[in-house]
Design a protein. Structure first.
Length: 274
């Protein structure tokens, strides 16, 4: 505390403030703050579908931070997915496209004209949101229209969730021929499906009375280079309860692949419930 002349005290206080400020600036010049760490694909190189719970420490401006690896494949494809964030609320342009395409869907000439004038102008996020909305509403005809537009966009990259969601929509609506066309599109782009995704797609078709499509996809699952997993087979076996003959075939495959694991037989009277 300064004692004595008031003006002298004010001058001394100003000098102290300037000195402290200068010291802080010198310290900052000597020890500049570290730039924030930007997550790169390499940060997730050890994350895969078998160790989604593993934690990774990332250094940032505010010190070390623990990040959890979720939904990233060993190739890092999850970090690059065009499908990430697609299910946002429809914007004004997207909402207009949904409404007008539903209005014109029975008039091929008008819908083609509208798509050329409006759909072609949509931003990537709006276009993907429109596709997701048509899938949600089970508007299969319109969803396929947008599906074909997306695949022609300059920013499009082959993407597993893109095809998975389209196949789920077609399975739910029993569109078997269209499903096989989309499946061939996916194969043509060399999309790699893991065993769990195979199991989910097969089960989707079984649950919607499309065993022929389901078994075609199952055969490709069997030919996959990935090591077989128990859980997807159990998912498929449960979906095959209404189809005893097909279930026996898959059960035999299961026993060959997992000889040490027992499958409990379902009593015959339970099959009558399906």
């Amino acid at each position: 505390m300064c004692m004595g002349d008031e003006n002298f005290c004010l001058i001394m206080d100003d000098l102290v403030l300037v000195e402290n400020s200068t010291n802080r600036e010198d310290i900052q010049e000597m020890n500049p703050p570290s730039p924030p760490h930007v997550l790169q694909e390499d940060d997730f190189e050890n994350c895969n579908e078998n160790n989604l719970g593993k934690l990774k420490v990332v250094s940032g401006l505010e010190g070390s931070k623990t990040e959890q690896c979720r939904g990233f494949s060993s190739s890092g494809i999850g970090n690059l997915s065009l499908w990430r964030g697609k299910k946002k609320i429809l914007g004004r342009e997207g909402l207009l496209v949904v409404q007008e395409m539903k209005r014109f869907k029975k008039n091929n000439e008008r819908i083609q004209k509208f798509m050329k004038s409006h759909v072609s102008r949509l931003l990537k996020s709006d276009l993907l949101s429109v596709l997701a909305e048509f899938q949600r509403q089970d508007e299969v005809f319109l969803a396929l229209k947008i599906y074909n537009v997306v695949r022609k966009e300059i920013w499009y990259k082959p993407d597993k969730p893109f095809y998975r969601d389209m196949l789920f929509t077609l399975a739910r609506n029993k569109k078997r021929e269209e499903a096989m066309i989309v499946w061939q599109d996916m194969k043509g782009e060399e999309i790699h499906l893991d065993q769990h995704t195979y199991g989910d797609i097969v089960r989707a078709f079984l649950d919607n009375e499309s065993p022929s499509v389901a078994m075609k996809i199952y055969e490709e699952m069997r030919e996959s280079l990935d090591p077989p997993l128990e859980l997807p087979y159990r998912v498929i076996l449960k979906g095959l309860l209404p189809y005893p003959a097909l279930r026996d075939k898959v059960k035999q495959d299961f026993q060959e692949l997992f000889p040490d694991i027992q499958i409990n037989d379902i009593p015959e009277e339970i099959f009558d419930e399906y």
